[in-house]
Design a protein around this ligand. Sequence first.
Ligand code: NDP
Length: 234
Amino acid sequence: MSRSVLVTGGNRGIGLAIARAFAEGGDNVAVTYRSGEPPEGLFGVKCDITDPEQVERAYKEVEEKQGAVEVLVANAGITRDQLLLRMSEEDFTSVVDTNLTGTYRVVKRASRAMLRARKGRIVLISSVVGLMGQAGQANYAASKAGLVGFARSLSRELGSRNITCNVVAPGFVDTDMTRVLTDEQRADIVKQVPLGRYARPEEVASSVRFLASDEAAYITGAVIPVDGGLGMGH
Ligand code: NDP
């Protein structure tokens, strides 16, 4: 049976690959996009997740089109890299407001209907950096580590209602976010990855789809690394 799926930041990169994977599996998929046009073949709702009113409006549009959200993938995220002494308060708070508080906004709104339905799947996209830390990314790492505590708390709050909440922690994935790195930085990263390469967005999408599937019904509060072995032990 096709489910109502919502992917935030689903207009490009990892989010788009996740949205396409669910659509190929026969689900009804909506994506949020902040600017530009929605991706071809997918239902798009305009939404900046830092604005609670836009989040509310987006959910209403999705509910009208495909019913209450049964699978939520909170994927939208940003970086604003800087060493701590040069990191402005705005650099810090804008990343936390998007990656962590933005996720709180969309998850909270989705949980209402999931609690009523007594079922639901929530998957949060964190990062290996949230577990290992990364010089120049204290804001980003803090926001991504925060998602782990958030998800695990929700697993405990929502588990008795048959709602699972899991985290996927990708390593380095070939998207716009990592294309800003220099060739030298990329080569340095690849040297540290046991599999010796970046991930393709589709390789993250397949784990997300698994966590939302019947096969993963007994998995909640888990952090699934999709990082080519980079974060082993964390
Ligand atoms: P991209 O930069 O390619 O895409 C980011 C997406 O998030 C875009 O759709 C963007 O929308 C959306 N977005 C950003 N801010 C907001 C906002 N305020 N409201 C709504 N949407 C927003 O990144 P990736 O695809 O690489 O990353 C997706 C997720 O995966 C992120 O959470 C990222 O932190 C995480 N991740 C990425 C890794 C990588 O190596 N690429 C590694 C580990 C984790 P718009 O197009 O409008 O800007």
